[in-house]
Design a protein around this ligand. Structure first.
Ligand code: THU
Length: 160
């Protein structure tokens, strides 16, 4: 018997203004996308923007449904759109911004487990990491160099 230790290193920026210019611009596009969220049930609005290797940016927002599980998170809306519109083009960076209409979200909001699994699929597919930056409406921004940092013991095609 032995124990294994799983460690991840993340970078924390004190606020949006500390971000490199190109990342701040991507985050602004996520903020803009967030305004298109359709979230009448949760009042929790999320926007995501993905910078692709070909210079394009694909955005998405959460889209809810009266049949709750039929709705989709912003990250998956964006990544499936990127996969559908630009098949074979690598995804470099994803910026995510999330916040509730009920109270101001000042802490970074990481992608949910299902979105981590979806992002992991594309990281494995392209054999290259996708950088992630996530934040609340204001405040700190967390950077992960790869989705793998957020999803240890990933389930991927290697086991199929
Ligand atoms: N949501 C996202 O868009 N991304 C996440 O990673 C977490 C949750 C959405 C789904 C739902 O519309 C609302 O936020 C509340 O869970």
């Amino acid at each position: 018997m032995k124990e294994i230790k799983i460690e991840s290193t993340l970078t924390v920026f004190d606020d949006f203004n500390e971000l490199p210019k190109n990342i701040a611009s991507l985050m602004e596009q996520a903020m803009e996308a967030r305004l298109n969220a359709y979230a009448p049930y949760s009042q929790f609005l999320v926007g995501a923007a993905i910078a692709l290797e070909n210079g394009e940016v694909v955005t998405g927002s959460n889209q809810e449904n009266a049949s709750y599980p039929s709705g989709l998170c912003a990250e998956r809306t964006a990544i499936y759109y990127a996969g559908a519109k630009y098949p074979g083009v690598a995804m470099k960076t994803m910026a995510i911004v999330a916040g509730s209409l009920k109270n101001k979200t000042t802490e970074p909001i990481p992608p949910c487990g299902a979105c981590r699994q979806a992002i992991a699929e594309y990281e494995v597919k392209q054999e290259d990491s996708i950088e992630l930056y996530f934040m609340g409406e204001t405040g700190k921004v967390v950077k992960s160099n790869s989705l793998a940092n957020l999803l240890p013991l990933v389930f991927d095609k290697s086991v199929l």
